[in-house]
Design a protein around this ligand. Structure first.
Ligand code: UDP
Ligand code: MG
Length: 308
């Protein structure tokens, strides 16, 4: 066991790693704890791994886990949690969007008895307005429909205790949404506020596709609202068609011959119901596919090489 671990997921961050270290090192040294910096190389295609291995050669406190391929950010962080040895554990992005200097205050709050200290964004300087709005909307939607209070505007930048890490390791779900899982755990949690910078260099590893997946995992992992919505849509559509049936019967019985006009109305009704049915099937499918990945019990990640 050591005192402090910093988990850093890495996907094509060769441009950021040196700068990250320049800012992170002094912060960690100042804590006066023995520490490890645990890089999780998530299938980078650039020279990140070579860089990390060189660092590890020069300094035994630098540890690394190299995945056999890209498994995604959430899985990279999970692997870090599985293999780190610290009593206190920090998770930080490599692209300097999370200011390392904040760690000092976060660790102090953990030492005061908090089990989790997460960092909440006061503002974010994204280049894309759409992304900004999407993030804001997602966190608010999730808060509204989910069973746990996932903190608003909070990513995975956080410091936690060994106790929290141990329970996280016991949580078996394959589709990780760590910020949700940690909120679900309970314990004494608190937060610090910060302004999120733009990425220092390089391209974001989170493509829109990956972000959408993460949002979906967040919602389906922590809420049954979509399933309820499917049920409600079912009832509403059935209600409407009931009225239509009554209308048709009424027209047939009392205004013979006045009815058969409706090619358009028929088409609309058929395609509307078809659409609703497909949406509902899709929603159910999402939940079933989640069940299936959990049942399959494949390992969450595969390690190519590590010095942990
Ligand atoms: N990352 C990763 N695997 C991926 C994508 C990203 O390990 O598939 C890492 C990345 O190197 C960075 C962190 O996760 O340290 C956050 O990624 P990114 O900056 O792309 O996300 P954003 O800040 O846009 O949410
Ligand atoms: Mg980033």
């Amino acid at each position: 066991m050591i005192d402090f671990s910093v988990i850093i997921p890495i996907y094509n961050e060769e441009l950021n790693i040196p700068n990250l270290l320049t800012r992170l090192r002094p912060v960690v040294e100042k804590l006066q704890m023995n520490y490890e910096l645990l890089f999780v190389n998530d299938g980078s295609k650039d020279h990140s791994l070579a860089l990390i291995k060189a660092l590890a050669l020069a300094d035994s406190r630098v540890r690394y886990i190299d995945f056999s391929r890209n498994f995604g950010h959430q899985v990279a962080v999970s692997a870090g949690i599985d293999l780190c040895k610290g009593n206190i554990i920090a998770i930080i992005d490599a692209d300097l969007q999370d200011p390392p200097e904040l760690i000092e205050e976060m660790v102090a709050l953990v030492k005061q008895g908090n089990q989790v200290v997460y960092a909440q964004r006061k503002s974010r300087k994204d280049k894309s307005v759409i992304k900004k709005i999407a993030y804001k909307t997602f966190y608010r939607l999730l808060a509204k429909i989910s069973d746990v209070n996932v903190p608003l505007d909070t990513g995975d930048f956080r410091v936690m205790t060994r106790k929290v890490a141990e329970v996280l390791k016991e949580m078996p779900e394959q589709h990780k949404f760590l910020r949700g899982q940690i909120a679900w755990l309970g314990f004494k949690q608190t937060f610090v506020e910060y302004d999120r910078d733009v990425r220092a260099a390089g391209e974001p590893g989170y493509t829109y596709k990956k972000l959408f997946r993460l949002a979906f995992d967040g919602i389906t992992g922590f809420s049954n609202a979509p399933l309820r919505l499917a049920t409600i849509m079912g009832f509403v559509v059935s209600g409407i068609s009931m009225l239509l049936i009554l209308y048709a019967l009424f027209g047939y019985l009392f205004f013979k011959g006045a009815m058969p006009r409706g090619w358009a109305s028929l088409m609309i009704a058929v395609s509307f119901i078809g659409g609703v049915q497909l949406i509902c099937l899709g929603i159910i499918g999402e939940y079933i596919s989640k069940l299936q990945t959990d049942i399959r019990k494949r390992p969450l990640y595969i390690i190519n090489e590590t010095n942990c």
